[in-house]
Ligand binder design. Structure first.
Ligand SMILES: *[C@@H]1O[C@H](CO)[C@@H](O)[C@H](O)[C@H]1NC(C)=O
Ligand SMILES: *[C@@H]1O[C@H](CO)[C@@H](O)[C@H](O)[C@H]1NC(C)=O
Ligand SMILES: *[C@@H]1O[C@H](CO)[C@@H](O)[C@H](O)[C@H]1NC(C)=O
Ligand SMILES: *[C@@H]1O[C@H](CO)[C@@H](O)[C@H](O)[C@H]1NC(C)=O
Length: 191
């Protein structure tokens, strides 16, 4: 008798669980295979103007460590904020296509191997990708080779769910004032 009551109780509990558990919760959608979303690839080519000189620099130092051992212009731990123009070509009068905003950090303990880590958003203000942007979160071993690679890790607007990479080449660099013009060739996979 006790046993059959126990069995009935158990069966009732299971039934109640089935009835009261919703088929899907409200905080997420149905999960579907990603291959239903069509992926596209876009190549981008532009020049980034990182200007430290003058009365209206596009990159400013916001912090540096109080150490005297590293005599370089950008000692390990220096942090810069930037809002750089992106232009179609390397000439200073070339059309502006967007801007890159963010931070870069001098991240090598060895001054001979100047490396930065970039935390940046590259946005476009004209053409097909106006209002869209992609994110770069990457090391950039500036001193290692004339051409470096940085990782593209996400995006907004037309670059939603972006991933990819950009090849970065120094087109112009003034070691006295730190001004630089960098050529970017990006390959971006997005939806
Ligand atoms: C930098 O460090 C030196 C030596 O430790 C100290 O005397 C000086 O006050 C520090 N300067 C700042 C701005 O913190
Ligand atoms: C930029 O300036 C040069 C020479 O000053 C001129 O030849 C060229 O057409 C200009 N380019 C643009 C896009 O205005
Ligand atoms: C640092 O830079 C020096 C000089 O350019 C080079 O010889 C050395 O291999 C570099 N070290 C590393 C760890 O990349
Ligand atoms: C580099 O910057 C210095 C200081 O601003 C300036 O005098 C010099 O003309 C610049 N060199 C080039 C090649 O632009």
């Amino acid at each position: 008798m006790e046993r059959s009551r126990l069995m009935f109780g158990l069966a009732f509990t299971i039934l109640l669980t089935i009835v009261t558990t919703p088929s899907h919760c409200k905080y997420h959608s149905k999960t579907v295979p990603v291959d239903r979303l069509k992926e596209k690839v876009t190549q981008l080519h532009f020049y980034l103007f990182d200007i430290l000189s003058g009365t209206k620099p596009s990159a400013v130092e916001i912090a540096r460590p109080n150490v005297t051992t590293d005599k370089s212009a950008t000692p390990f731990g220096s942090l810069y904020a930037f809002d750089d123009h992106l232009r179609e070509g390397p000439e200073t009068n070339s059309s502006i296509v967007g801007n890159a905003k963010g931070l870069y950090l001098s991240a090598s303990q060895d001054p001979a191997n100047f490396t930065i880590v970039m935390y940046a958003d590259f946005g476009f203000t004209t053409g097909k990708f106006k209002g869209s942007s992609f994110g770069v979160f990457s090391r950039n071993p500036v001193a290692e080779s004339p051409e470096r690679e940085v990782a593209v890790v996400g995006g907004r607007g037309k670059f939603r769910l972006a991933r990819g990479f950009a090849r970065v080449k120094t087109h112009y660099f003034n070691a006295t004032n730190g001004d630089a013009i960098l050529e970017y060739k990006a390959t971006i996979i997005h939806h």
